[in-house]
Design a protein around this ligand. Sequence first.
Ligand code: FES
Ligand code: FES
Length: 518
Amino acid sequence: MGLRSLKDGCSPQGQCGCCTVWVDGSPRVACVTPVRRLDGRGVTTLEGLSDADRHAWSDALVASGGSQCGFCTPGIVLRLAALDGPVSDDQIDRSLLAHLCRCTGWQTIREAAHGALDGAPGSGRPEAPRDLDGAAARAALEGGVPQRVGPDVVLGDAGFADDGCPADALVAVVGADGGYAVAGSLAEARAASGKVQGRSTTVPLVHPVAIPEGDWALTLATTWVEPAYVEPDASWCRPGGEPASPYGNGGSFGGKLHSPVAADARRLADEHGRAVRVLWSREDVVRRGPKRPPVAGGIAADGTGVLRVGVSGAAVTGGEWDAVAAAVAAVAPGLRLEQMVIDGPAVSFDLRAAVWAEAAVLAAAVGLAPADGTPVDGGTVDVPVTVTAPGGGRAVVRCARDGALDIEVSAGPVLDAVVLRSYTIGAAHQALGWVTSEGIAVGEDGRVQDLTVRSFGILQARAMPPVTVHTVEDGVGAGPQAPVNGSDAVFAAVAAARWLADGLPPAWPADRTGAGRR
Ligand code: FES
Ligand code: FES
């Protein structure tokens, strides 16, 4: 019907909430609702809300910064708009259990819900009119590629690749043999692909890289982490044309930078002499997309140590590795880098602060850990942890005994406080998940086993502690003079602060209870 607010983040898993509609006024995920159950019933998409409601929700979410890439947002709006205000945080968090947002860290969505449902202003709401171009510039710095900010993003019109595809395009999906099955509709292409989509597993997480030998004050081992951007890789192209960018609205934390779907769409369009739409399912993204690399490292009290990085296939050489080494040298000059070739999925150093964040965590924590290695009261809390990113962004983070985070972020001229705050909270959410619950199971054959959205270990709304953000307007004093990315420094500093507060467990993730895995 050409309604573009509905998104498909995981079908037919029914686990991301992006396809939420109302059926007779109650929210349902469309991808697991058979059409035969809808006979005689009314289906409402975001386009069907009243103008007043659409404006109320888009205003509230723009004001709080509760929509970044915007892929999850229309489904979340429909879920929350079905609540009767005023609402409690607990009611909102329970409603959000059916949804996945990788970007925002939930808090700004909760603020927007209060704003729309009970008229409470979001704490991110600016006092003066916003400069949405400045907001987009800040979002692009934090997200890594051009990005838009505004009501159209909230309402589902952020410009994702699949949304602009002509209705008569052929559809190409990944088949069981790894090639593309091409047909006239998505249903036909999926039927031709011969694949059953979407499984999770009971295979345990492993830490595939061995801790290097040495007399260390601290050691840390991590596993593969799924970037888990919510918009699956997609593109479309006309014969001889330019393919639609799979970046959509935002950087996917670096996860799509080398996605082949645009080249695939161009090749298939030329082969078929028709527009072709290439769609990866969630399972395809997990099987084919790169992961955050697992590491294992040890660091001595004087800051010297070794950080080993697990790579698949063959060792990485040349400029790509030189860039990783330079970033690590900038944040932890005493750490020596090593590579270990292991069986497992492809990894990417483009994923948010990969490798240098791990180095920064070790360096920051060893300087703050109790000298005898014994955690005090189960952890080191309320101690400021400072990380300065290779690009100059700086974060100072305190983690309280109850897990609450206090974050000061310095990223040069702020450009837009709402967006910088939103990305700061989102980076904190990702960092907390990384330390406590995120990881992806890989079998002995090196293949990824966790294929569902809910198996990645991403923290749900109710597991997020409160986050207080202070943005420092730099270009003043010692901070960056030009706008730089701030959220990567936040990511590393929050991880270090939470690790210290948890008593420095030697392997991540340490506890998967906050993630509602299934
Ligand atoms: S696409 Fe339906 S729940 Fe994810
Ligand atoms: S804004 Fe929620 S997934 Fe991007």
